[in-house]
Design a protein around this ligand. Structure first.
Ligand SMILES: NC(=O)C1=CN([C@@H]2O[C@H](COP(=O)(O)OP(=O)(O)OC[C@H]3O[C@@H](n4cnc5c(N)ncnc54)[C@H](OP(=O)(O)O)[C@@H]3O)[C@@H](O)[C@H]2O)C=CC1
Ligand SMILES: Nc1nc(O)c(N)c(N[C@@H]2O[C@H](COP(=O)(O)O)[C@@H](O)[C@H]2O)n1
Length: 274
C-alpha cells in the first residue's frame, strides 16, 4: 500500500481562525433551522478560482492547503457544485493527521460531502475519487442533491455501493435553468443532522451565495489569496451587483471584522457578511 498523504496544521495557527468557525452552541443559537455556513475558497490576485472553466488549478500552497483540511475537519459537511465535481473529481475528505482514515478512529473529523447536481451532470462511478475514498474508509460517501426524479441507474448504484445517495429536492426555474433554493437545501441538510457546512465552490455556487439575495445565509468567509495572476478567461468570483439607486451601481457586499493572516506564500482573509 502506498503511504497516505497526511497534513499537519499547528495549534497556534488554529487559534486565529476560531472566531470564524462554527461552535455547536453558537450555531444552534444563531439559527435553529439551518447549518452554520462558511464560504471558503482559494483565489488568484485577479479573483480567479481556476484558469479556465472545467480546469482544476492549484492555488493554495502547502500551508494554506493544510488549513483547508483543518476547516474540513471542523465542519459536518462540505459542498461543491456539479461544475467542480465534473472538473476536479475531488476527494472532499479531510487528510489531516489524526482524522478517521488518516491515523484516527472510524470517520472522526471526516465531513459529509454534498454535491449540488440538479440534472445529474456528474457521472458518479465506482472510480470517482470521493466514492473510492468512502469505500476505503477514508471519507464519507457523498450525498448528491438533485431535482431529477430518476437519476441514472449506474450512478445510483455506484453511490449506493459506497453508502451514498441522491437526495431529490423540488426545483424552481430561473432564467430557464433548474435551480434549488439555498434555504430549502440547507434546511434539508439540517434535518439530516448537518449543523455546519463549508462551501468550497466553484464560481457559480460562490457567486450565487454572495449575491445580495443569499448573503444572509453566509455566516463567515475564509478566502485564501495566492500571489499569482491567472489572466482573463478564468472562473472568477464576481457576484452580481445589488442593483442601481439614483443611477449609481450598488456594490454587492463587504466583509466585516476582516482579519488577514499570512500562511506560507498565501494570505488568508477571514470575515463575516453581517
Ligand atoms: N480555487 C478553489 O478554491 C476552487 C476552485 N474551483 C474551480 O471552480 C470551477 C468550477 O466552477 P463552476 O463551473 O462555476 O461550477 P460549480 O462547481 O459552481 O457548479 C455549478 C453548477 O452547480 C449546479 N448548481 C449550483 N448551485 C445550484 C443551485 N442553487 N441550484 C441548482 N443547481 C445549482 C448547477 O449545475 P447545472 O449547470 O447542471 O444546472 C451549476 O451550473 C472548476 O474549475 C474548479 O476547479 C472549485 C472549487 C474551489
Ligand atoms: N483550498 C483550495 N485551494 C486550491 O488551490 C484549490 N484548487 C481548491 N479546490 C477545492 O478543493 C477540491 C480539491 O481538493 P480535494 O481533492 O477535495 O482534496 C476542489 O474540488 C475544490 O473544491 N481548494
Amino acid at each position: 500500500m502506498p503511504p497516505r498523504e497526511t497534513l499537519l496544521f499547528s495549534d497556534s495557527e488554529r487559534e486565529w481562525l476560531e472566531p470564524f468557525l462554527p461552535s455547536t452552541r453558537a450555531a444552534i443559537e444563531a439559527s435553529p433551522t439551518r447549518p452554520h455556513v462558511t464560504l471558503t475558497f482559494a483565489t488568484s490576485l485577479d479573483s480567479a478560482l481556476s484558469i479556465a472553466p472545467g480546469v482544476q488549478t492549484a492555488l493554495s500552497g502547502p500551508e494554506s492547503k493544510a488549513m483547508t483540511h483543518y476547516l474540513r475537519s471542523r465542519h459536518d459537511a462540505i459542498l461543491v457544485g456539479a461544475g467542480t465535481a465534473v472538473a476536479d473529481d475531488p476527494s472532499l475528505n479531510c487528510r489531516l493527521d489524526g482524522t478517521g482514515g488518516y491515523g484516527g478512529a472510524e470517520l472522526n473529523g471526516q465531513p459529509q460531502p454534498v454535491i449540488v447536481d440538479p440534472s445529474c451532470r456528474w457521472k458518479v462511478r465506482a472510480e470517482s475519487k470521493v466514492v473510492r475514498l468512502a469505500k476505503e474508509g477514508r471519507g464519507r460517501a457523498p450525498w448528491v442533491i438533485t431535482v431529477a426524479r430518476d437519476p441514472p441507474l449506474a450512478c445510483v448504484e455506484a453511490l449506493r455501493e459506497a453508502g451514498g445517495e441522491y437526495l431529490v429536492l423540488p426545483s424552481n426555474t430561473m432564467e430557464g435553468k433548474e435551480v434549488i433554493d439555498w434555504n430549502e437545501l440547507l434546511a434539508e441538510l439540517w434535518r439530516r443532522g448537518v449543523k455546519s457546512i463549508m462551501i468550497e465552490g466553484g464560481g457559480t455556487v460562490i457567486n450565487s451565495l454572495l449575491s445580495s439575495k443569499c448573503a444572509g445565509l453566509v455566516d463567515s468567509v475564509i478566502v485564501t489569496i495566492a500571489p499569482t495572476w491567472l489572466g482573463p478567461g478564468g472562473v472568477v468570483v464576481s457576484p452580481p451587483r445589488a442593483g442601481v439607486v439614483a443611477n449609481q451601481q450598488l456594490p454587492v457586499a463587504r466583509l466585516q471584522r476582516p482579519r488577514w493572516h499570512q500562511l506560507g506564500d498565501d494570505v488568508v482573509l477571514c470575515g463575516v457578511l453581517k
